[in-house]
Design a protein around this ligand. Structure first.
Ligand code: B12
Length: 406
């Protein structure tokens, strides 16, 4: 699966163009054409050509529902094909990681996204069943069985509700402040938003509380509002930009303050073409606040540069972040490369981001030492990993000492 494109990031076709009036009673047989190329030995090729598979499946869907072309024309076909590409990448990642929840979560998300466009779930179901037909027609093998099972679970998920309630609640700590902050952002009132943060801090909220309960929660809510068509992409960009500036604005209060003994050295980076960097930046800030020396590399970091930075900075811990599920296999690859470098022997690796929050066992499958769902809990996890490192070092020293004595 290494061969499949990792860079599907640049398009913007969520919600494509699907027809809410589709007739799902029509039987969907496996497609007659080319079955997916796969042999028992060569399971990697199940998703070898996602672009082509997406095209074939979309063409077949348009044959079953010719009204789609009448209604949406060629641009609609192209959007629908791109959506199929995304779906196949999520499926591929789910199969490769043996993590049905990644795909099932994606289907729930897709269903809600399309509902925001006023589209009906039946059309996604037709697409999924066409993909299922293709995969069933592939040569038998463990990976095919897994793909079939995961797709069937995804199809079942389609019939369940998908509404995501608001992330902001007055009952949560700083809930009212978070609501007021987001309202200010959506009014494009940046100064008002800054003033609300200052007021929260003046009334005793810690920086960590502001990060978690105002910045993080409002960003999650921004995502939900975008997904359900309640705000535009421009609104989302504005909110994210102001929140980043609000974080930077607070640096004057704490960056460079004299620290207690250094806790450790952290190097942090996003994986592959991952563009979601705010969560990792928050995590890095929280570590720095707690006395860590931090090296935040942000998004789109070259693999080699990451390894070099970790080696030269004397990293104790590397934090890797992925938000888009189709970056998870790159995470696994990057971790294997870090492990292969002798200079990094003993350095602990922690992972996090949306897919790891969806499947709490995924961190082990990418070969990490630990995971945490948020910055605060990441500090505790880092403490555990540092204790583990210390006892590993002590064991090695004991063995060395015994060897010397002998
Ligand atoms: C802002 C944003 C963007 C910005 C990012 C800007 C930036 N500079 O970071 C831009 C516009 C680039 C963007 C692009 C896209 N986005 Co976007 N985005 C968001 C949004 C609204 C907020 C992200 C954020 O700031 N979250 C706040 C931080 C604090 O939370 P966090 O990332 O979860 O981080 C915390 C924990 O996860 C954890 N953590 C994170 N990393 C690590 C690492 C370690 C080691 C540990 C221990 C813990 C840890 O600690 C963090 C702090 O507590 C989210 C909504 C959401 N729910 O997150 C959507 C969201 C993530 N985006 C989404 C989508 C679909 C996209 C696009 C595909 C849209 C498109 N059509 O182009 C692209 C993909 C780009 C890419 N290749 O990466 C979807 C993903 C859905 C899914 N099922 O996968 C979301 C969920 C929106 C939604 N509700 O639909 N996005």
């Amino acid at each position: 699966m290494e061969g499949r494109s990792a860079d599907i990031d640049r398009h913007n076709n969520w919600g494509g163009c699907v027809d809410g009036q589709a007739n799902t009673n029509k039987p969907i047989a496996p497609l007659p054409g080319r079955a997916i190329r796969m042999t028992a030995q060569e399971t990697e090729s199940l998703f070898a050509d996602i672009e082509e598979l997406a095209l074939e499946v979309t063409e077949e869907q348009y044959k079953i529902q010719p009204e789609l072309m009448e209604r949406y024309g060629r641009p609609g076909f192209e959007k629908s094909r791109r959506d199929a590409v995304y779906t196949l990448h999520y499926l591929a990642e789910s199969v490769q990681m043996d993590s049905p929840s990644l795909f099932v979560h994606y289907i729930g998300w897709l269903k809600q996204l399309l509902a925001g466009y006023g589209l009906n779930e039946k059309d996604i179901r037709i697409k999924l069943e066409l993909i299922l037909g293709r995969i069933r027609a592939a040569v038998q093998g463990e990976e095919r069985e897994r793909a079939v099972r995961i797709l069937e679970m995804g199809i079942l998920r389609m019939s369940e509700p998908a509404e995501q309630p608001s992330y902001i609640s007055e009952e949560q700590p700083l809930g009212q402040e978070c609501r007021a902050y987001l309202d200010a952002l959506l009014r494009r009132d940046r100064s008002g938003a800054y003033a609300l943060i200052d007021a929260a801090i003046a009334s005793g909220a810690s920086l960590r509380e502001v990060y978690r309960h105002i910045f993080q929660t409002s960003q999650y809510e921004v995502g939900r509002l975008w997904q359900t068509q309640q705000i535009s992409v421009a609104d989302e960009h504005y909110c994210s930009a102001v929140t980043q500036s609000a974080m930077s604005r607070l640096y004057a209060d704490w960056i460079g303050l004299k620290k207690q003994d250094r806790t450790g050295v952290l190097v942090s980076a996003c994986i592959g073409g991952e563009m979601h960097e705010i969560g990792l930046r928050m995590l890095t800030d929280v570590f720095e606040l707690e006395g860590w020396e931090t090296h935040y590399l942000g998004s789109r970091v070259d693999e080699e540069e990451l390894i070099e930075t970790a080696a030269k900075s004397g990293a104790d811990l590397i934090a890797l972040s992925a938000t888009m599920t189709f970056h998870v296999h790159l995470m696994k690859k990057q971790i294997a490369r870090l492990r292969a470098d002798e200079r990094l022997a003993g350095v602990k690796i922690m992972v996090g981001g949306l897919p790891f929050n969806v499947d709490a066992a995924l961190w082990r499958r990418v070969g990490a030492d630990g995971y945490s769902p948020d910055a605060d809990r990441a500090l505790l996890e880092a403490g555990r990993l540092m204790r583990m490192s210390r006892s590993e070092r002590e064991r090695t020293e004991d063995v060395g000492a015994e060897g010397g004595h002998a």
